[in-house]
Write a protein that binds this ligand. Structure first.
Ligand SMILES: [Ca+2]
Ligand SMILES: [Ca+2]
Length: 194
C-alpha cells in the first residue's frame, strides 16, 4: 500500500521536481529502461581498419514519491480514515533511492488543505536509512530525529510558509536537497485536523 493511494479526499497535494523535471506523485516505479551507445568510424575512409567501439549500456528508472500518515502514538493511518477534529497527524513523505548514485537537486512541495493546520517547528528530515526499509522503520527513524528544521526559508532544506511545505530549492530558496545513493530520504511534519 505504500504511497499508492491517490484518493486523498481532503485535497492534500504533492508535487515533486527532480532537477528540471516536474512530476506528480507516481503510483509505482517505472521499470528500468535500457539505452545503448556505440561509436564507429574509419581510417582514411576504410571502415574495416577501425572496429566499432564496445557497446555501452545505461539504464534509467523513475523514482517514486510516497506519503504516509500516522497518529501521535505511531499508528499508521490508511487514506480515507475519519478522524476527530483536533487529532494530531504526522505526515511522512519519502523517496527510496534504489540506485547506486545520489539524486541531486530534488524538490518536493505539499500544499496543505485547510483541514490541516501545520504545527510550527515540526519539520524533521532523515537520509540515513538504507534503501528497502519498511515504512515502519522509515517512520520510527525520522520521527526519532531530535533536530527540527526551521519553518522559514533559509539554508536548511525545508520550509513551511502559510499552507505550503517546500523541500529543496526549486520553488523557494531553501537549501538544495540531495538524496544519497541506496538510501531513503524522508520528511516528517505534524498537523492538527481542523
Ligand atoms: Ca528552513
Ligand atoms: Ca535546484
Amino acid at each position: 500500500m505504500k504511497g499508492k493511494d491517490r484518493r486523498n479526499g481532503i485535497g492534500n497535494r504533492i508535487a515533486v521536481t527532480v532537477a528540471a523535471c516536474v512530476a506528480f506523485a507516481l503510483l509505482m516505479a517505472v521499470p528500468a529502461m535500457a539505452a545503448d551507445n556505440q561509436g564507429f568510424g574509419d581510417i582514411a575512409g576504410d571502415g574495416d581498419s577501425l572496429t566499432n567501439s564496445n557497446i555501452f549500456s545505461l539504464f534509467t528508472t523513475t523514482m517514486s514519491l510516497n506519503k504516509m500518515a500516522f497518529l501521535a502514538n505511531g499508528t499508521q493511518l490508511t487514506s480515507g480514515s475519519t478522524l476527530a477534529r483536533g487529532t494530531e497527524v504526522r505526515f511522512v513523505i519519502y523517496i527510496d533511492n534504489t540506485t547506486n548514485f545520489p539524486l541531486n537537486d530534488v524538490s518536493v512541495r505539499d500544499v496543505l488543505d485547510s483541514a490541516f493546520a501545520y504545527q510550527a517547528g515540526s519539520m524533521k528530515v532523515d537520509d540515513t536509512i538504507a534503501s528497502g526499509a519498511t515504512e515502519a522503520v522509515i517512520y520510527s527513524t525520522v520521527n526519532a530525529v531530535a533536530t527540527t528544521l526551521s519553518d522559514v526559508v533559509d539554508a536548511d532544506v525545508a520550509s513551511a510558509v502559510g499552507v505550503t511545505i517546500e523541500v529543496g530549492d526549486q520553488n523557494v530558496a531553501n537549501g538544495q536537497l540531495d538524496v544519497p545513493a541506496n538510501s531513503v530520504w524522508a520528511v516528517l511534519f505534524r498537523v492538527l485536523m481542523q
